[in-house]
Design a protein around this ligand. Sequence first.
Ligand SMILES: [Zn+2]
Length: 85
Amino acid sequence: MSNPVRMCIVCRGRFLKSQLICLQYKEEKLIKFSGVGRSFYVCRDCVDNKVDNNKIVDCIIKTCKIDKGLKENLKQSLKEIFVYG
Ligand SMILES: [Zn+2]
């Protein structure tokens, strides 16, 4: 049985893939990973309580090399994913 481990881009902790949320940046929006293209992982802890959205978005900007001017867009997308997703 395989238990793939991936790194959370925010806290850099390593977790089982099943415990992480897989996201992707596509067409200037953050979305849940669609199965195609590049993706990255954020852990439940970072999303649920530990880290504020500003820091999460900063990490995503760095990881995906996104223009900092899109930060507000990303924050909005992030909120939509975790509130309605
Ligand atoms: Zn984390």
